[in-house]
Every structure is written in C-alpha cells, then in structure tokens.
Design a protein around this ligand. Sequence first.
Ligand SMILES: *[C@@H]1O[C@H](CO)[C@@H](O)[C@H](O)[C@H]1NC(C)=O
Length: 656
Amino acid sequence: MHAINTLLSRPRRFASRRLVYLIFGLGLFAFAFFVLSPQEPVIAPADSPTGATPPKHESKHIVGEISDTLSKSILNPFREPAHAPSRQKQDTYKGTSWWADWKWLSVPFSSSVTFDEERALLPPLRERTPIYCYYDSTIKKPREEKDAESDLLRTWRRAWWAHGFRPVILSASEAISNPKYNELHRMDVDPDLKIDLMKWFAWESMGAGLLANYALVPMAPSDDPLLTFLRKGEYPSLTRWKGLDSGLLAGQDVEVNKVLRALLDSSSLTTAKSVIEIVGKEAFDIDKTPTSLAFYTPEAIKKGYSEVAGIFASSRAKGLSSLNKLINAHLHMVWQGRFPDGIEVLQPLPDHTTFMVEPALKLANSLGYCPENPIPYSCPPNVYRCKHCTAGSTSMKISTPSEYRNTSRVFSLGTVPHPWTVASLDNLEENIDVSWIVRKSSRDPWLEALTQKLLGSHVSGNLRVMRFKQAVADDHASTNALWVTAEREISMDLDWHFGFAIPHPEPKKTGEDAKEEKSKEKAIKDDSSRNAKREALAVKEASKPDLVPEEYVELVEEPVALTPEETKAKERSLLDEAKRIVNIPKLTRETKVRASLEAWNLADTEAWKFTRAYMARRLMERVEWEKEEAKYVGGAGSDKGRSAWSRWRDQKEQAS
Ligand SMILES: *[C@@H]1O[C@H](CO)[C@@H](O)[C@H](O)[C@H]1NC(C)=O
C-alpha cells in the first residue's frame, strides 16, 4: 500500500510542479497583457505629461495615446524639455500642490486640466469678507487682564473665521492714521466719546465694511440668511441692528465719512458720550434683532449669567476668563445642536480599517463631548431654549457607517486612504507588486463602498469622483463634513475650522496603562501561540515519519489562520508601512509600484489627492493669515497669545 502510494505520488508531484510553472507562465502572460494592452493603460508612468489616463470606459483611441505617452514620458531620453505648466500664487503647501479653477466640478480628473499628476484641481478659494473689531492695546491695565482679553479676542476671531469671515483686530494705530484724528486731537471731548470715535476712525481708515464688538459672535447654522448677507461684503446703507446697540455696524466708507464729517462739525460734540447719540437714528437703517448673533454685553451678563458677573465683581481678569469659557461652551453647544443624528465616522471596507479611522473617531468623541462650562445649564443670549449637556458626558450619537449619506442631520467625518493603504489593509497584504495588483486587487474599492448608498452600484468611477468632490468641498459640505487623509496626522487648526476650542477629554491614565500592559501581555501570548503552532507542526511532522510528499506540501502551504490579536497587530504594522510608502517623496522602486496602484485605482487616487490638496490649502490659508495677524495689536488674540515684547512692556509699566 505504501509502495503504491509512493509510486503514485511521484508523478503527481511532478504534475503539481508543472502546474506551478504553468500558473506562473500564465501570470506572466496576464501581466504582460495588462501592461501592454491598449485597453488598460495601467502601468503608464505616473508622471507622464498626458497624465490623466482617461478612464477605461472612454478609451477607444488609446493605442496611439500609449505610444504617445511613452514618447512624451520623462523616461524617454530624447524628449525635449518642456515649460512647466503655469502656476498660481500660493499653490503649494508642504509638498502638496493644487490649481484653483471654476472647472473643478466639470472634469472628474484633475490632471486633464492641470497637466500634472500631482496637482489637484480645487474650487477657487472663497474670498473672506473682513470683519473688524476695535481693541486698544495701549491702555494701561494689569497684565493678567490683558492676557484674558487676548484669549477672548481669540475666541471672537475663531468664531468668525469658522463662518467664512476674515476677522481683524484694529487698534489705535489705524485710528491715528486717519487724517480726522488730528482734528479730534485739538478738541476737548468726553473720554467715552473719544474711545468711541477712535473706533470709528479706525473703521473708516480700513475703508469701512463690518465693525463688531468683540463680545459679539455668530451662533447659527452657516446658511443663516443674515450671515450669508454679511459674507457678501456689500452693504448698501449704513446699518445697525435692533437690540445690538453698536455691537454690529455695516456700511461703506463714503457714508461713514459723511457721518464723521457731520459729527466733527456738530455743536454737541463736547457734551455727547457716543457717536450714535450725536448722529441720531436717521443716519442708520435699523434692522430687526438678529437671532444668529450672540452679544455678551455687561448688561446681558448681569441679567443672564450672574455667576460670571459675580466673578467679574471680584476680579476683572478672572471674570473675562470665565466669560471666555462660557462663550466657548455656548459656541460648541450650538454646533452640537445642529446635528440631531450625531456624527458619522465613515468607515467603508470596515474589516481591517479600525486603526485607520481611529484618529477620526477620537476627534468625533471630542466634538461630541460636553464642553467645560462655568454655568452648565445656561443658554446663549440669542437662544431661548437649548439642549443641556452635562460636563464630562457625551451629548452626540457617534456611529461608524460604511456609506456616506447626504443629510444635514449628521456631521460626516471621513478618512480618505491612499489606494496603497486600501490594498494592503483590506487584503492584509504585505507584498504588493504589479502582478499582485493586476491579478488580485479590485478597482476603486473604497470609493465604490463609500458611495454605495448615494449612487447605487451601477455608475461609473467618474460620477463617483464628482459626487465625492462635492461631498468634500461644495457649500453644503464645508459645514456638514470634514475629510482628512489617512496617512498624515489630522492637522491642528481644527479649532478654527469648527469655531471653538475642541475639548480634549483627559485620557484616563489608568486605562492607558492597563492598555499598555495588555498589549505587552498580548505580545507574549502571540509569541507563545505562534510557538505552539510551530510546535504542533513539528510534532505532526515527527509523528509521521513516512509522510507522503504532497501532504507535506499541503501542510506547509496551508495559511495559518490569524487570531484576532494577530490580525490587529498585522493591521497596525500594515498601516504604518502604508504611511511610510505613501509619504515617500522621491522616485524609488516602491513609488513605482505605488504609481501602478494609483493608475489601477484612478478614482480612489483622485479622491485621495483632492482631499489632500483641499486640506493642505485650508491649513495654509490659516497659517499664513495667523502669521500675518500676529504682527498687529501686540499679538493680542493670536494663537500664541500676546507677544513677549508687549507683555514685558506691561510689566515695566506696572512696576513703575
Ligand atoms: C447634498 O445635499 C445638498 C443640499 O441638499 C447639495 O447642495 C449637495 O450638493 C449634496 N451633496 C452631494 C455630495 O450630493
């Protein structure tokens, strides 16, 4: 019996070896077919100038184009140098570049407009309407008070920035540069009026526009009609709002000039206490009380927030800092209230992407967390009834669906992976090479899974890309969703994106420690379980001394099923590796395979590049502006707080 078996098994083993050769040969053939096939321009060099290899559906005349591609390719030594495509101002940030154009929603693939594989086509950056407030940093005050004011100014700036404005803090410098200031200098006026006039002078010298008090912040959905009107930046008449006093003014410089001219010539200049008092009601259009603006006047604080008022009475600096916390908590609560169905942390292909969406999930938890509030059961002054949030608890529902849905009832938080990350994680595959891509991987799996509910299963990649871009960057999306790429840290300007300081719930120390311990234990267990398997294998081998060869082969080749812990460890290491490969900037063997994978997944790649560029541009806009603004008013209201120089000056003043 044995003998027969051995006899039979020999030819069979040869057969199986031949089979391996055959499969290998077929694989090679398939590979060559896909590489050279005119229908599938998969492995076109990523940086070929024709760039946008048209999606497969439209590729009848690609035969010519491929040879075209090759002759134009940078790999071609006879290629003549070409001028680089034209560039726009400020179109690159930390290695990511873009081109802004109104065509962004009419072509699915950026490179057909930008002629550059790496340059994404973005919507034009929306012009931000300036909104001014006046803050005199030269007035003598204790240092703590000025620091607290600076924090409050930052809250003001952040809230208006998040609503699409360009908040600017004006100071005495702008007022003094107004020629009218010299006239005022010669007159004898009430100190209160003088402060008010300085504000108007500063406003006029900026060409007017919007002038707000820094205790006035927007608290409304961003499609609020008043905010939409204000964002347009066109104010046909000088306007005030009922109930806001001079908390918000809008107007053109011509009219402001007229008012100030009349005022400086007025006889009541020496007795009046404010500009509005002198010019009277007729000079303004008075609109009805807005529901979308919260104004924390001293009277409102006394009436509605007596705890804070109490703190003010004992120390102005402490009062300001308590008020700042209150405003921030209200801003956060109003934001939470806009999404009754909570936050959806999108996770298409959910099998092995837990670590990938972890940062987004963490952010969602922070956003859904109840903020620290000095008066927990209070509502903003412009809202009569609001949902209460007990500090330390979570007030929003957080879920991880695999499909994006377009509704204003949820806030969507998306993590967009590079095709490499998708391929390696979803298949738990370490060895990605061209033949694996062609044989094993599916095309654009991520985008297809994401848009399943939105678009169904029978639409082209083009349409999916277009709708995805809309979901990232159109007007609706900019307030209802945030998309980040999976391979970089989520950028730190998020407070400004949302318009309030996002709380960072203290990670429970003990929990963290326990986790670490567990993972150590797990590592040991993993090792021991692996050893156990190896031993079992060895035992099996040893116990069958006359093992038939094909059985032996089978035993070795059988993939050892991973335990859940091993799977997790593998997911983590694959994600780290994917991050490394996706972020390699120069041309290497790995980036060549990466380029092939990108060409295989045109739609997924476009989605990723679009998101990356959109994120980079947003961050750049913020960072540049922050740098610019920090130069004024001694840095008051900036991210870093007041400059060391102005704080030092205060100290000198205080000491003297
Ligand atoms: C979602 O809906 C809004 C309005 O209902 C629309 O403006 C927007 O374009 C839609 N977005 C997508 C991705 O379909």
